[in-house]
Design a protein around this ligand. Structure first.
Ligand code: SF4
Length: 352
């Protein structure tokens, strides 16, 4: 297969020097793969270094507290990745100790490790000939072979894994997988593929038929759900605030101000009325301080932060609400929306 040789040659000349490509340590490779899911390399790199500085081994991660893991992850988003990684590390340590599994099936038996991550670990660390099929690989080979299977899907995953088995059997597994992923990341781009620089151009179905925009076929995205959050920044005596630890949802385990959610946009006077009725002891009107829009993959969040002067935390339904010194907030993992608000407070303090 000449295209395989050209692809590998191209990668050896053009592949980026990234720290996880310079190690055979399966733990470090695993961490990099989890960080890079839904995160660009440039954004993920500092987190990779920070994470490994704090948790250099499987042992250290398995014995960490969830709060420590979430703290290091803060700002990277998709916090379920951090929680699942931590849970999987604990399970792996309990079952295998320091003997990191070398077979894809064994890795996949650990909760939270799927076929993609298992393939990446075993091929990069142990040269196991298992093709990695991620978004980049789907795109390259949908175009290369002119395959119109909808991606991502179990059917497409099986198809591309099978098709890539023969090429990977005939070369160095880690180099082949890195090369296919790198070609998708640098050349076979989603919107404007750089076909003039591509080592697969000669045999590429989409290029030869001028159909690069037709591949890959993707599932139609549903329009994002819209939610309206109102965060309550209680200003309590002695520079204290109220913080709540989320017990469910995508931000489970992270901290935020007590929050009231509405399904529709409400006027300020509606909110005032709601808060006055809800917290009968309020002495003054809540003050609207900051508003922001926050886009998640399937949700658009409109958040408003209200400052409320109060002598104590009003009786809230949520038991996980507690009082603390405002200056200690950095000790708790918080989500991106809260971070935006704290950044705003710092900026507005400088502007005064
Ligand atoms: Fe992608 Fe173009 Fe290369 Fe085909 S020739 S694999 S469309 S970059």
């Amino acid at each position: 297969m000449e295209w395989v040789q050209r692809l590998v040659f191209w990668y050896e000349k053009n592949g980026r020097n990234l720290p996880w490509r310079e190690t055979r340590d399966p733990y470090k490779i695993w961490i990099s793969e989890v960080i890079l899911q839904q995160t660009r390399v440039i954004q993920g790199l500092p987190y990779y270094h920070k994470f490994l500085a704090q948790f250099p081994t499987l042992d250290s991660l398995a014995h960490a507290q969830e709060q420590e893991v979430l703290h290091i992850w803060q700002g990277l988003g998709y916090y379920s990745r951090a929680r699942n990684l931590h849970t999987a590390a604990k399970e792996m340590w309990k079952r295998f100790g320091s003997d990191f599994p070398t077979e894809p099936a064994t890795l996949q038996s650990i909760s939270g490790i799927g076929p993609y991550t298992a393939a990446a670990i075993v091929s990069f660390a142990f040269e196991h000939p298992t093709p990695v099929v991620d978004g980049n690989v789907y795109r390259v080979f949908s175009r290369f072979w002119g395959i119109d299977l909808v991606i991502p899907s179990p059917k497409a995953f099986r198809f591309f894994s099978e098709q890539l088995q023969e090429p990977i059997n005939n070369c160095n597994a880690s180099t082949f997988n890195q090369a296919t992923m790198e070609l998708g990341a640098l050349v076979c781009l989603p919107l404007k593929p750089l076909c003039a620089n591509c080592p697969l151009q000669l045999e590429c179905y989409a290029f030869q038929h001028q159909k690069t925009a037709d591949f890959p076929q993707k599932k139609k995205n549903k329009s994002p759900e819209i939610r309206h959050f109102h965060y309550l920044h209680f200003e309590l005596p002695g520079e204290k605030i109220a913080l709540y630890k989320r017990t469910e949802g995508i931000w489970k385990g992270l901290h935020e101000f007590p929050c009231i959610e509405f399904t529709e946009e409400l006027s300020d006077s509606d909110i005032h009325t709601h808060l006055k009725n809800r917290f009968l002891t309020l002495k003054s009107l809540p003050k609207k301080t900051f508003t922001t829009k926050h886009q998640l993959t399937h949700r658009t969040l409109f958040a408003t932060f209200w400052k409320i002067k109060s002598t104590k935390i009003p009786k809230l339904e949520k038991k996980a609400t507690f009082e603390l010194d405002f200056q200690d907030i950095h000790k708790y993992p918080i989500h991106r929306l809260m971070q935006k608000y704290l950044d705003y407070l710092i900026e507005s303090a400088y502007d005064k």
